[in-house]
Design a protein. Structure first.
Length: 415
């Protein structure tokens, strides 16, 4: 092993943080280290992480195995019992270079995440094997949705100052990245803790103005009722802001949304999609949805299913509800597991129908494709593309869509 290896579970923010840890471990001379960055969003994510740790130990008996991430932050005792692990550290410690220089006798380093008040920016010069880079603009969450354990893994909401975000994006663009994704836990809450209380839209507008060489900016999951007017204006007027919005939806029934303690109702989502399409007609929407939330009836599930068609949601991240010990939802009357899976499958099928309809509509169109590996990439709408020939990763190429195969657009380079 010539350099540290990082295995990442979960969200885009974890992807960013894994690159920071890779740099820290490399600078500390930990070339034989394997770092597992865990996720706690579902019990299945935790199970997969533990399974991976055991497998990696069997395959690498002499390596140093470090484990971190949200699952560790929430339940360090469970991981401390695993003899396969050399060192365990929490979400705050994993971002600090000194953690990787600590003496080995400090096996478990997990602090009180609620005591953390700042989110430091870490310059990441590149992302291994990617043309698309993720930039952390915010961490933590002040909301307490009844199903969610993540605030206890990430802490309260805190934002990265604008100047640090601009510096990092400039460096990434200089290193050849054609697209940057702004990421965090609850990014529409960006800025409330900074001087002047800038919004996500204001920060995005200033970022695009100060880094005119950035070709494409994408925004990760957003809360539909927290989008500010500056962001709406950017959607309407800024072609470098990609026309794809991923909504933190979770459900499409008002009673379920109230029991989840979400901040929006069904009509808010319908109105949001309508307003955005009026500003930019070609925009696409994805969504996170939980199937089979406690107390969900067939009628409530149908309300969510219908919303997929009503709003034309095409990139769905569907999760059968997973009870997290310590959350209020875990104490509510549970929907049978087989019914959760059945409802999740129905949602995925509905999303696939909408996605296929959208992809079919792109046949014959000229698309700008961010090339990620050899002859594959994604359009501005995040549709996957297979090009007719290999081109330099990180390039943005014009291509005419000629067909559709296995869920990917087939396209020929033009010009």
């Amino acid at each position: 092993m010539t350099e540290p290896r990082v295995v990442t579970f979960g969200c885009r923010l974890n992807t960013y943080e894994s690159e920071v840890m890779r740099d820290h471990a490399k600078n500390a001379g930990l070339d034989d280290a394997i770092i597992i960055n865990t996720c706690a969003v579902t019990t299945e994510a935790e199970r997969q992480a533990r399974q991976s740790i055991r497998r990696l130990r069997r395959e690498n008996p002499d390596a140093k195995i470090f484990v971190t991430g949200c699952a560790v932050q929430v339940n360090p005792e469970k991981f401390a019992k695993m003899t396969e692990i050399d060192r365990i550290f929490g979400n705050d410690a994993k971002m600090k270079a000194e953690t990787f220089l600590m003496p080995e006798h400090e096996r478990v380093v997990v602090n009180d995440i609620m005591s953390v008040e700042e989110t430091a920016s870490h310059l990441v010069s590149g992302f291994e094997g990617r043309a698309r880079a993720f930039v952390q603009v915010q961490n933590g969450c002040d909301h307490r949705c009844t199903f969610c354990i993540i605030p206890y893994g990430r802490g309260n909401s805190r934002s990265v100052p604008m100047g640090e975000i601009v510096s990092q994006v400039r460096e990434l663009v200089a290193n050849g990245y054609g697209e940057v994704v702004l990421t965090g836990v609850d990014i529409t809450s960006y800025g409330h803790d900074l001087p002047g209380k800038p919004t996500l839209g204001q920060m995005s507008r200033r970022l695009l103005a100060q880094v005119p060489e950035l070709p494409r900016l994408r925004i990760s999951s957003i809360d539909p009722v927290e989008v500010d007017e500056d962001l709406f204006r950017l959607i309407e007027t800024e072609p470098r802001l990609m026309p794809h919005m991923h909504i933190s939806l979770q459900a499409g029934d008002d009673m379920v949304l109230k029991r989840m303690k979400r901040r929006h109702l069904r009509q808010d989502v319908v109105d949001f999609c309508k307003k955005v399409r009026e500003l930019r007609s070609d925009v696409t929407f994805g969504a996170d949805i939980i199937a089979g939330f406690p107390t969900e009836t067939d009628e409530m599930a149908d309300n969510t299913l219908r919303l997929v068609d009503e709003c034309g949601l095409i990139y769905l991240h569907v999760f059968p509800y997973s009870a997290r010990p310590g959350t209020p939802a875990a104490r509510m009357p549970q929907v049978p597991k087989d019914l959760r899976k059945e409802r999740a499958s129905a949602l995925r099928d509905a999303g696939d129908i909408q996605l296929n309809k959208f992809l079919q509509s792109r046949i014959g169109m000229i698309e700008n494709v961010l090339v990620e590996k050899e002859n594959t990439g994604h359009t501005e709408h995040f549709a996957p593309v297979l090009l007719d020939r290999v081109i330099e990763p990180g390039s943005i190429a014009k291509a005419k869509v000629t067909g559709l195969e296995d869920g990917k657009l087939i396209a020929e380079l033009v010009g």
